[in-house]
Design a protein around this ligand. Structure first.
Ligand code: SPD
Length: 346
């Protein structure tokens, strides 16, 4: 081969390596922080492919865990997906950015009933992602009486067959509702009574769990569990003996929404990601996969009618009559933290 040909091959090779290197250096990485088991990973891959933006995806198990990490500021996430009350707190504390809704045209598909809720009354900071309820999942082969009240979680017959959520607002809500108090109570005597109820219940509880509840209930390691409705959909798909009930005393109605933390370094790309998640085909694919309830009107219409009309995911209004959305309790949350520590140390 001639020297000139070898030189040109070599220069093409070097230029390719140089440009490739520059490309990967300049590639934006979007840092996303979401609950575990709460997205179809093919959605992330599709976003990366369509936009050339890389996604670095981290998960959390509770709103409180997410808050500590974001508040400390040593992780700079561009996107987070907390729940209602936590968003309210983050707005108050300046931990989230206003979203430019001109960049979220697909926001038009979000149902109005999920807009302007108390946690973001002017709807400037958050875009609803999924919603649902808190309830009791039980195995009908292992529980032979009607399940319609939180009281069953205190029945000694089910000793070491009960799973509770390792989440302070949710578990305290169960006890407060059992006692017919508000799950947003800031009354010392009511909170004390809820604490005592959970301490009394401890010997019956097999474990306080997060996402591992799914394997445990599908595998029939426990008879009853406190779960979020979307996970109940998934568990029922895998084990049809598992039934979900919203107790008569009332429940928590939650709305998990997408926010941009104020430490975000890639706001434009974050808004692109939010709009992508609200695109009908993506919202459909994601909802179909994770089983939670979508606030996206068009995506819901495209779901298999079995899921779109599933009362676990889309309860009737009468099932939600006594439902409450968690609100931020301000400094009173210190009392919740204190009693939660006491309960867990028993
Ligand atoms: N796999 C966990 C999904 C999280 C659902 N969010 C529940 C919010 C309760 N406030």
């Amino acid at each position: 081969m001639k020297k000139s040909v070898i030189l040109s091959i070599l220069s093409v090779f070097l230029i390719t390596i140089f440009l490739g290197g520059c490309g990967s250096k300049d590639q934006t990485t979007l840092n996303v922080y979401n609950w575990g088991d709460y997205i179809d990973s093919s959605v992330i891959k599709q976003f990366e492919k369509e936009t050339g933006i890389k996604v670095n995806y981290d998960t959390f198990a509770t709103n409180e865990e997410m808050y500590v990490k974001i508040n400390k500021g040593n992780a700079s996430y561009d996107i987070a997906i907390p729940s209602d009350y936590m968003i309210e707190k983050m707005i108050k504390e300046g931990l989230v950015e206003k979203i430019d809704f001109n960049n979220i045209p697909n926001y038009q598909y979000i149902e109005d009933r999920f807009k302007n809720l108390e946690f973001d009354p002017t709807n400037e900071y958050s875009v609803p992602y999924m919603w649902g309820t808190l309830g009791i999942l039980y195995n009908k082969k292992m529980v032979d009486e009607p399940v319609d009240s939180w009281d069953i979680l205190w029945n000694p017959k089910y000793e070491k067959q009960i799973l509770m959520l390792d989440s302070q607002r949710d578990s305290l809500a169960v006890a407060l509702k059992k006692l017919n108090y508000s799950m947003n109570s800031t009354n010392d005597a009511e909170l004390e009574a809820a604490k005592n109820a959970l301490i009394e219940q401890r010997p019956l509880v097999l474990a306080y769990v997060g996402d591992e509840v799914k394997d445990k209930m599908i595998g029939e390691e426990a008879a009853l569990a406190v779960v979020w409705g979307g996970d109940a959909v998934t568990m029922h798909r895998e084990n049809p003996d598992l039934e979900y009930v919203i107790p008569k005393e009332g429940t928590n109605l939650f709305v998990d929404s997408i926010v941009i933390p104020s430490t975000a370094k890639h706001k434009a790309e974050a808004e692109k990601f939010i709009d992508f998640l609200c695109r009908t085909d993506i919202a459909f694919k994601n909802t179909d996969y994770i089983g939670y309830s979508t606030p996206h009107m068009e995506a819901r219409k495209q779901l298999d009618p079995e899921l779109a009309n599933n009362p676990i995911a889309y309860p009737e209004p009468e099932d939600l009559e006594n439902a409450e959305i968690f609100i931020d309790l301000g400094t009173y949350i210190e009392q919740y933290n204190r009693v939660w520590t006491e309960i867990k140390s028993h």
